[in-house]
Design a protein around this ligand. Structure first.
Ligand SMILES: CC(C)(COP(=O)(O)OP(=O)(O)OC[C@H]1O[C@@H](n2cnc3c(N)ncnc32)[C@H](O)[C@@H]1OP(=O)(O)O)[C@@H](O)C(=O)NCCC(=O)NCCS
Length: 200
């Protein structure tokens, strides 16, 4: 039984969508919350694999993908690219839901229709990342090794700093990021998440 970290390979995409869904409720399984199992992956996995494949790493357990760390070196350029090339396709496939539709699916689809912009409060931290591991991969140092792999790649690319967002209820991830050395930069109370940053 062994874990390994390797560069993302296109054959991982289905498994990584699954990881995204199974950790998508503030770190817990969100499968019961969504009818469409792909919505979270469309937002938080696929555009990074498409536009920043050099910054996508897969955690495997006995060669089976069980986690990822992915992100972008330049959040402003990435938001522009998504606005130009990613969201138009999603918006065509997922039209705006009726206003009375209060389901999680509808909420996620509405977010596809919002203009994607970088957050000015985090402008000093141009890169950003997302990390999610299935329970089988958690609590054994894999998260730290994944982040270190990602940060090493950012340093190779001469990136100065990185940020991430974490749901304020996800105390486990908050402890993890603070242990790694991230510092709180901004509280987005209205959205329920906190922005953390790290200088490289
Ligand atoms: C958050 C997550 C990435 C952390 O990865 P992990 O492999 O479980 O964490 P590690 O075992 O590498 O722990 C790294 C360090 O953080 C600390 N840490 C991890 N979880 C902690 C907790 N709940 N409380 C306090 N410290 C914690 C560890 O003690 C360890 O410190 P050390 O290296 O000095 O010994 C992982 O648990 C995960 O994917 N969770 C579900 C999805 C999620 O919440 N993703 C983040 C969304 S923003």
């Amino acid at each position: 039984m062994s874990f390994a970290i390797r560069s993302y390979h296109p054959t991982d995409i289905g498994a990584l969508y699954d990881v995204c869904l199974k950790t998508g409720d503030s770190g817990e399984d969100a499968t019961h919350l969504y009818q469409d199992r792909e919505l979270l992956g469309h937002m938080y996995v696929a555009p990074y694999l498409a536009y920043e494949p050099d910054l996508a790493f897969t955690l495997t357990h006995n060669d089976v993908p069980v986690g990822y760390v992915l992100g972008t070196r330049d959040s402003v350029a990435f938001a522009d690219r998504c606005e130009r090339d990613w969201y138009p396709v999603l918006r065509a496939r997922y039209p705006l839901p009726a206003v009375e539709d209060k389901s999680r699916d509808a909420g996620m689809i509405r977010s596809f229709h919002e203009t994607s912009t970088a957050h000015p409060e985090l402008a000093d931290f141009p890169a950003h990342l997302h990390i999610d591991l299935l329970p089988i991969g958690q609590g054994q140092g894999n998260g730290r090794r994944m982040i270190e792999t990602f940060l090493a790649r950012l340093r190779e690319l001469n990136v100065s700093a990185v940020h991430l967002g974490v749901a304020k209820h996800n105390q486990r991830a908050i402890h993890f990021y603070e242990k790694i050395g991230f510092e709180k930069v901004v509280n987005y109370d209205h959205w329920g998440w906190i922005g953390y940053g790290l200088k490289l």
